[in-house]
Design a protein around this ligand. Sequence first.
Ligand code: SAM
Length: 249
Amino acid sequence: MSIDTATGKEAPADLSSERVKGIFSTIAKKYERFNAVSSFGAYRAWLAGMMRQAPIGEDANVLDIAGGTGDVTFATARAKRPRHIQCTDLVPEMLDVARAHYADGAAGEVPVDFEVVDAQDIPYPDASYDVVTMAYGIRNMPDRPRALAEMRRVLKPGGALVCLEFSTPPNYAWRALYHFYLKHLIPFWGGLITGDREGFVYLARSIKAFPDQQGLANLMEEAGFTNVTWKNYTGGIAAVHVARKPEER
Ligand SMILES: C[S@@+](CC[C@H](N)C(=O)[O-])C[C@H]1O[C@@H](n2cnc3c(N)ncnc32)[C@H](O)[C@@H]1O
């Protein structure tokens, strides 16, 4: 079943896919500046937390899903020096920015290839990656069970999915303050920095409509992952989930 990612209600997949393509192709060049300003720099700490939790060795082949302008790919390259990273995204304009960073040396010695890929239909063979990384991706996908099943399929047995996503602060007062910020200030900042206020109204709505930490863990388990754990950041505004594809018996 596909949903409208702004509301969580059942809807044709094209509605969300076309909207997300429109948003990210428009804001691609300003996306990084918006991230830095709107999170008060916290997204750097969340990315560092993701790297600390990611079980990536130097011999790993890594698939970055919804890689965007390459933040996770380049952080992985610097922190883990894996064998290879495949940086993928639905929107070519986002990958163009990532390619420019790569040309400037953002990955150091680590080889990176870039490809336009819809996570709900991954064009790679079964069991071909040691680790799948994904930051702020799954929330934008209208068929999340299918996307997670695809990620599981391309992982080797025992491989890990490492997912950074906005989540739900467990504390009521912190959650209320955060939801006020999301509803009223995020569209303001986003509009000011990128000129696309509507894109940031969508961002706020999609975060509120997204499952909480346990809900996302359930989706991962339903897609066949095991040993799902998560760690909250900034009081649960963001969370990093780590899930395993079961070993073959
Ligand atoms: C908020 S950005 C995150 C980019 C990057 N991971 C980061 O941490 O900065 C979300 C990205 O998800 C991508 N995306 C949305 N739906 C997707 C899908 N179905 N398959 C692959 N990428 C998708 C968008 O194009 C966008 O680049």
